[in-house]
Design a protein around this ligand. Sequence first.
Ligand code: ADP
Ligand code: MG
Length: 352
Amino acid sequence: MENKDLHGFNIVNYHELIPRNGFVFRFIKKDNDYIHTFVEGSFITDTLTPTAMVVGHTLLDFLPKKQALQKLVYYERAWDGDNVTYEGNIDDVHYVASLNPIEHDGEVVEVIGTAFDITDQKRNEAKIQELEKLSVVGELAAGIAHEIRNPLTSLIGFTQILKERANDDPMQSYLGIMMDELDRINDIIDKFMFIAQPDKTVEIKVYSINSIISNVIESMEKEFALKGISIEFDDDTLIRAECDRSLITKVLQNLIQNALEATEQNSEDIKISLKDISEKHYLIQITDKGSGMTNERLKKIFEPFYTTKEKGTGLGLMINRRIIQLHQGIIDFKSEVGKGTEVKITLPKTLN
Ligand code: ADP
Ligand code: MG
């Protein structure tokens, strides 16, 4: 037996149409508004928008205006009789939707929409893009870093000698600037060379993590003093663990440097702590009360070349994450604009 509704349409069991990880919705046009008459699918009703907010309402009632107006264009096209497919997202959830107009006597009387969650695919796409960017960076790095390294070493050496011998003030300051700039180039080349062959340089031994951190702080003390920022190292536990000392040093230098640069405006203290969190893992935490970051920015900080600094390379955090991954650890950022940033690095004491 066929079920018909008031208008004589077949009654469809919409539950059967609901894709796993998706949802089905219907809308009609009434007084120039598109009113939803149905929505079903745990993907939307549990995670994004409760049914009650959708049914009986227009897009503008439950979506931010910009998103609603974008979708309205698709709704209009569907109401004109086209099958429409589009990608959308609500916050971090991405989906692909298709709108199918239902005609009765040559007139569209209703549109049925189905949507699938494609968040995972999107994430993979983003990852692949990042990897592609990385391999381009890697090739570039391998090609030019070595070539630049040798002449650069002589430039740095001879500039150093000139600086020692020059005895008038302006010359001293020019040569000082030259040294700083050459150091900067050297730093970039260092990073490029590391990206080109990150695995070959690893040398794992057991070290005192306390002293690795102390050494980094000591080496940066001058810069801290210059900026009037103090750094507090809280290490009540002694941790000995396997790692590559120079790589972990690199990570700490960049993270502390980032904290310092974020704190330049207000000169608030920076805190570092080292904790034993389990038999197998320890935690390094770097907390600043600096500029902080929006969520948008947080999503980008590990991308190669992402920087908000005039003189930044945008390679620091990308390399940091690689190094931490190489050590089978995790690096995590928490940040709030105007409040500051907290970086947590969890590492195993012994590596497999
Ligand atoms: P760079 O320091 O050369 O800019 P990084 O990869 O180290 O490159 O950092 C990327 C970006 O992440 C920075 O430009 C900055 O916008 C942001 N960032 C990193 N650490 C912090 C922090 N502690 N506070 C605020 N912003 C930060
Ligand atoms: Mg940096």
